[in-house]
Design a protein around this ligand. Sequence first.
Ligand SMILES: [Zn+2]
Length: 845
Amino acid sequence: MRKMKALSIALTLFCILLNAQAPKKLSSAEIHHELQKLNFLGTVLYVAAHPDDENTRLISYLSNEVKARTVYLSLTRGDGGQNLIGPELRELLGVLRTQELLAARRVDGGEQRFSRANDFGFSKHPDETLQIWEKKNVLSDVIWNIRQLRPDVIINRFDHRSPGTTHGHHTASAMLSHEAFDLAGNPNAYPEQLGAVQPWQPKRLFFNTSWWFYGSREKFAQADKSNLLQMDTGKYYPKLGISNNEIASLASSQHLCQGFGRVSTRGSQTEYIELLKGDLPNDKSNIFEGIDTTWSRVEGGGAIGEILTGVEKNFDFNDPAVHLPQLMEAYALIQQLENEHWKNLKAEHLKDIILACSGIFLEANASSASTTPNGNVKVDFEVLNRSSNQITLKSITINDVSASLKPDLELKDNEKHNLELTFSIPSDKTFTSPYWLNEKGSLGMYEVSNKSLIGKPSTPNAFQVGFELEFNNSTRIRFTKPLIYRHSKPDKGELHEPFVVLPKVTSSFADDVVIFADSQPKQIALAIRAGTDSISGTASLNHPDSWEVKPKSINFNIAQKGAVQTVYFEVRPPTKESEGFISPKISMSGRTYDKKLVEIIYDHVPKQSILLDSEAKVVRLNIQKSGENIGYIVGAGDKVPESLRQIGYNVYPIDIATIEEGTLDKYDGIVVGIRAYNVLDDLRFKQPILLDYVKNGGNLIVQYNTAGRWRQQFKNIAPYPLTISRDRVTDENAKVDIIAKNHPIVNSPNPITEKDFEGWVQERGLYFPNEWDAQFTPILSMGDSGEPAKKGSLLVAPYGKGNYIYTGLSFFRELPAGVSGAYKLFANMLSLGKDNVEKENEIKG
Ligand SMILES: [Zn+2]
């Protein structure tokens, strides 16, 4: 259901989203809006921890009503979350969410920045967060962003004074911002940054509060608000034909992988911010009070302001091109400014306005989406002036490339010109891939050696094309456009993709983890993909010493770019338990290639190409199990079925609509996927049949559900009373005690010891029950440091002839990560009570 909902929202947003990928083409109302922003010299930095934390109502209000440069600094890229729309998880989810944030900013007019902090998963306390993030480094990034952006005002999404009440990342983001506010202007703090940036002291720090932080609307209504500023973020913009809160809804609806598609709202809506540092404005709606936000704040800016406010006031909505002479005059004056910060910012902004006013179209379109180093690419340049202004195209240049054009071409009104150039990619050109994934980072921080990239939302385009235009035979301006690949698909229409530089060959395994439940070898497929035409070479595998791979190497030969050849290796595990990694080594004319290419393709974000180390974890397990055929009720989506298949189970998805009395008897066990009772409205109607299945001798394993509203309507998730709480154990290394030592679930067929809880990833588990009927036996006890141990992670109750098992352990993370102990415990859950059955059969036979 939720998937369907997301899809329908995606469809209603279709046209807006596709437009978001194409370069923006401004109407005269939008040009005027941009002019107003050009004439506002003030900056706001909004700080939080994750994609989706940001308050788009406030960001849009500051950007579109106040007209300030408004930047959202999200400390992380949201790698640790779940994905509602596709398979991307971990670092790939971070790439998708980065693009969703950029899509949101294209809608609300803000800008996007990041730190190197990694979203490592849920954190209960900011102390833990700051330790894992390496506080010194992430604070350095916050200060770096402040010094680069020079905000007058900083607004924190979260309260730095309430550690432990929300996600540790949230509070940590506010604490870091609070500390950075005092340090950014101090030349002794992070002095290694100086040179590239200058110290900068913002004027005010706020916390974006709301009634929620006061406990209730009533309490907030009565609270002292003398320290609060308030703004009406429901403003209507007649020129744009949309209200601020409608823009905000459209912006946050870009977070589709988080299920944030939402309906738009309208009408007056008050937003509150609490002053934390700096002086309290008299006008309680003006965060910039006392700060000069006109052109006069810049030395030499007065004259520029006079010209540009003149254009703004007397703007000709029918023919914006008439303003070109004044815009050129202002541009020339901006070039003389000594303040590099405002000079660069405003010159770029004015250049966009100059192009828009003249209806100038500039595009560099590659003949294909990608090329390799040393490869050739043909580029079509489209150049068009749609005004009566006298404009000449002097030259076209490309960064890192010596090839150029010097056409000296007069651009007559609405006469289109297409020019062509073929150039070859330099042999040392770096591949196009998210810059923060190029090096091996730590659990909490990405490694980025190229300091100039820190803070940037994404990797700069592979090639920037400079179009030098001359206006009225005098002023020359160089306009930069990214090299893109524009094409069409019959079912999508026109598409814009970034042009990328990729390796000649990439290769990938079908699975990230391969489990060997016995000593039999497995055929491992390696898909080799050609990045250019006619490639040939050999493929072999690196593998741990005790493992065997045959053959040693395999020849491949691929005629066409983009085609894939799959080769197969026989991988034989050792007889003893063992784990390690296999990785491909592709050799071609003396060079080796070891990357895999992952593409992320959705309608609401530009296509992303990501190069990662190609590898698969191989695990040899001595694992015993009873039963063969497992029914799986898919919930919010997890990879547990694939993992169970790897250890030899036949797993059949169960369509809940077809569940009838008697249809489940064929299964040796039934597993309910994560959050199934949260997302499948109809599952509760089938619950009596599921419980009958247990009564008749089946095993039902229910994985975690969140403690949501469904509990009120539906009390019989288990055959006996069971209360799901928000208890979770987030430390994946938290000590685990086996408290029901004699229970078969920890003894048979695989003996489980504390060693089986080593090597777990991200967390132990979540949403553990905290109250249960005496029929349940708690099996394990565990807790995060400083908290009482919790016993609800794995509960087993006999019911009739079968067993009911409820578990909040994070099997959905541990099994796909190849964690041995998790496999053994899961096999025991499925085998519970089955030994007897098999013995009975033996006796009968
Ligand atoms: Zn968050």
